[in-house]
Ligand binder design. Structure first.
Ligand SMILES: [Zn+2]
Length: 279
């Protein structure tokens, strides 16, 4: 994963992490440009150089995830920031005061479209890993639960509403939380894990060994068959006791038949001569 260090942060006392906050970057470029390939890197470079005190731990677009802060470092993404990790999904998802153009907010259909969903899925797979490593329960928190300090996953909007220390409302009202949470918990059948790859490799190795064994068996059988065919190819001449090739023996029988036919013809001719003389 590419790492582009963000300029602004709040020091290295982020652990223990209890909250995972989901954001939309909201570049106000609309669907689907806000999510296109390259947005994660360009957002990270913005965090690297901006004079505004803003940053996040990870940024996901449809083809890449870029890390901008170590998870032990406090990011400036959704105050109060300590003990939380922020994932930015490259998308337009805000709806009110925080963004220049609310009409750019993605609809549910746009979030779920092939032009955007891979970015959400990347964030979900990353969220699964983060929750596992930091023992964060995989559950979507309400604003009240965020306020009570419960551990789990929420949006920037929940943090804004709970603490009123920011006005951002991303990832917005149409973010498909149901599908996002399902993508975290349900290992998608199409998604290959290292265990799948190992299993596949083991089955290929065993198939190859089986094939190697079978080739050996066929080779042996071919060798024996060759001998048997060889044996069939020779017959013993009953007169001389010598071995003949079977095909030579067959031809000799054929020539003998022809010879016999000629001899019979000659005898028939002589009989005809004798018949004429007797008359
Ligand atoms: Zn945000």
């Amino acid at each position: 994963m590419q790492f582009i260090q963000a300029k602004h942060h709040g020091g290295n006392e982020n652990t223990p992490v209890t909250r995972l906050v989901i954001h939309a970057t909201c570049p106000d470029t609309g669907y689907p440009s806000a999510s296109r390939a390259g947005r994660a890197a360009s957002t990270a470079r913005y965090f690297q150089s901006t004079s505004r005190p803003t940053s996040a731990h990870y940024v996901c677009d449809v083809t890449a995830t870029v890390q901008c802060l170590s998870e032990e470092t406090i990011g400036y993404h959704a105050p109060p920031n300590a003990h939380s990790i922020g994932i930015e999904i490259c998308a337009d998802g805000g709806s009110k005061s925080s963004f220049d153009n609310p009409s750019h907010s993605y609809t549910r259909e746009q979030w779920l479209s092939p032009q955007v969903w891979p970015a959400v899925e990347r964030a979900a797979i990353l969220a699964r890993d983060i929750c596992h490593r930091h023992h964060i329960p995989v559950r979507k928190l309400s604003t009240a639960q965020v306020k009570s300090g419960m551990s789990g996953i929420c949006g920037h909007d929940n943090v804004s509403d709970a603490f009123h220390q920011s006005d951002h409302d991303d990832p917005g009202p149409y973010f498909p939380w149901d599908r996002f949470m399902a993508a975290i918990t349900n290992t998608h059948p199409e998604e290959l894990t290292m265990a799948d790859v190992k299993e596949l490799k083991a089955s290929i190795v065993s198939a190859q060994q089986q094939l190697h064994h079978d080739v050996g068996v066929v080779q042996n059988q071919n060798g024996m068959l060759k001998k048997q065919i060889e044996n069939l190819s020779w017959v013993k001449n009953p007169v001389t006791g010598k071995l003949w090739r079977t095909k030579d023996a067959l031809w000799s029988i054929w020539y003998y038949i022809l010879e016999v036919r000629t001899r019979l013809q000659k005898i028939e001719n002589r009989l005809s001569d004798l018949e004429r003389k007797v008359k």
